[in-house]
Design a protein around this ligand. Structure first.
Ligand code: TRP
Length: 448
């Protein structure tokens, strides 16, 4: 049995407690700890005010998640017959909760589903947004299971004063098209806007869940205070209950009009791939799901790191800063220019020095992006070694990076052009989904 933190959500009573100590006690006043919660993600700084890289092991430890290890990846391969995705192999997805239990389900052919989402705060998606969805699509292909994608337009309108509900509804539709360009299987995927879908069993679950959680419990985890608008306080209930299978009666062929939710459906477990900053929501679910009238198992989680901004480690790609990220609407020229002029380099000042001292691929953004897109581990290793030795120059490295990113964005843009309103409407219609799961499940559960 996986050991459990005494109380996964209740432990940190204040926002300050959610940040993690970068270093031990004697910090000069200028050093700042990293802050990670669903609404603020900021790397720490050192005494000189320099931005530090995120400390993912520290956050995993603080929140009592498990780091993904080789044994878990080996089991994944043995069960699914698939080599782990490069984003798993390279630790972009670095932490989990109960992934082993989802693998148990897969092994024995028991149903489970995937749940992920996006807060549609703007019309511009960048690679930091698309990578998690591409990974989710891969999981869906490998496991052959249903997937729900939640668009939290309500969240964005509630948390951003300048955004109207009309605007976020529009963003949700456009973002949904962007997401569907990843190639999700229509038979197995339901994508919805909170503002449009909320009702029925989904809303019933949200109200029931809200009755189980006090303001005191969410105040710390989400940084609410007495002047927070009441919409924001209720919202976590929605993001949480989206992990319950009963929130989608249509998917499982249950009657959405019935006043009674299905107990059997409630027992279907959920796996949530998400960035680590979303974990506070799901700790709340894990702490309370057994208290629902129709209890659901604790959702499993697969956590990813933040994708590196062009400016380097410690930065986060941001829609409001065009130079921080490669946008999915960028032209090949723009991509080339951005990487050449903004990608933080681990190379030396001059070619001579670089040849002599070698570069630092670990902080080099062009190299980081190569790790996102180059699938060949051997090839990547050669590039790493050559750069470190100074045999490969920054310009050469950037060139490789540029062509891979251009290719990725081009493929995406072609797929995006095919997502019409009709296609979108089909994916957004609540309906029965079709999937097969493990084609060769083990017959009987042997007692361990
Ligand atoms: N709150 C998330 C955001 O702002 C969106 C979201 C909703 C989500 N449900 C999720 C993300 C589940 C990951 C997994 O982007």
């Amino acid at each position: 049995m996986a050991e459990k933190a005494p109380n996964e959500v209740g432990e940190p009573p204040s926002v300050a407690a959610l940040s993690i100590a970068e270093t031990a006690t004697t910090e000069p006043p200028k050093a700042k700890e990293q802050v990670i919660d669903p609404w603020s993600v900021e790397a720490g700084t050192d005494e000189q005010g320099n931005t530090l890289a995120f400390d993912y092991e520290a956050i995993s430890k603080k929140w009592a998640t498990r780091l993904i290890d080789q044994a878990l990846l080996d089991r994944f391969t043995a069960l699914t017959g698939h080599k782990p995705h490069r984003w798993l192999r390279r630790g972009l997805y670095f932490s989990h909760r109960d992934l082993d239990r989802i693998l148990d389900c897969y092994e024995y052919g028991k149903p489970f589903f995937l749940y992920t989402g996006r807060g549609p705060s703007s019309d511009s998606m960048h690679i930091g947004h698309t990578i998690p969805f591409e990974f989710t699509k891969w999981l869906q292909d490998v496991f052959d299971v249903p997937l729900v994608i939640m668009l939290t337009d309500d969240e964005k309108a509630l948390f951003k004063d300048s955004l109207s509900f009309e605007e976020v509804l529009q963003f949700a539709r456009n973002n949904a098209k962007d997401i569907l360009a990843m190639g999700f299987d229509k038979k197995k995927t339901f994508i919805y806007s909170d503002l449009k879908y909320t009702g029925g069993h989904f809303l019933l679950n949200a109200w029931e869940f809200s009755k189980l959680v006090t303001f005191n419990q969410v105040r710390g985890a989400f940084g609410f205070d007495a002047s927070t608008n009441i919409g924001r306080i209720f919202f976590p209930s929605l993001q949480c209950i989206a992990a319950f299978a009963t929130s989608y009666p249509e998917i499982w062929g249950d009657d959405p009009k019935s006043d009674v939710r299905s107990k059997k459906t409630a027992a279907i477990p959920c796996l949530i791939p998400c960035a680590i900053d979303q974990d506070p929501y799901f700790r709340l679910v894990r702490d309370n799901c057994h208290r629902m009238k129709y209890p659901s198992p604790k959702p499993a989680l697969l956590h990813c790191k933040f994708l590196t901004a062009l400016q380097g480690a410690g930065g986060k790609m941001s829609s409001s800063n065009p130079n921080s990220a490669i946008f999915m609407s960028d032209t090949p020229k723009q991509i080339q220019k951005k990487i050449n002029s903004h990608a933080f380099s681990g190379g030396q000042e001059t070619v001579e020095l670089h040849r002599e001292l070698g570069g630092n691929p670990d902080v080099d953004v062009a190299y980081q992006y190569l790790t996102y897109f180059e699938d060949d581990d051997e090839k990547l290793k050669v590039i790493y070694d050559q750069y470190k030795k100074g045999e490969l120059l920054t310009g050469e490295l950037k060139k490789m990076c540029i062509s891979l990113v251009q290719e990725y964005v081009k493929g995406y843009q072609e797929a995006r052009a095919k997502i019409t309103d009709e296609v979108l409407n089909e994916f957004m219609t609540p309906r029965k989904l079709e999937w097969k799961g493990n084609p060769n499940p083990k017959k009987k559960e042997q007692k361990k």
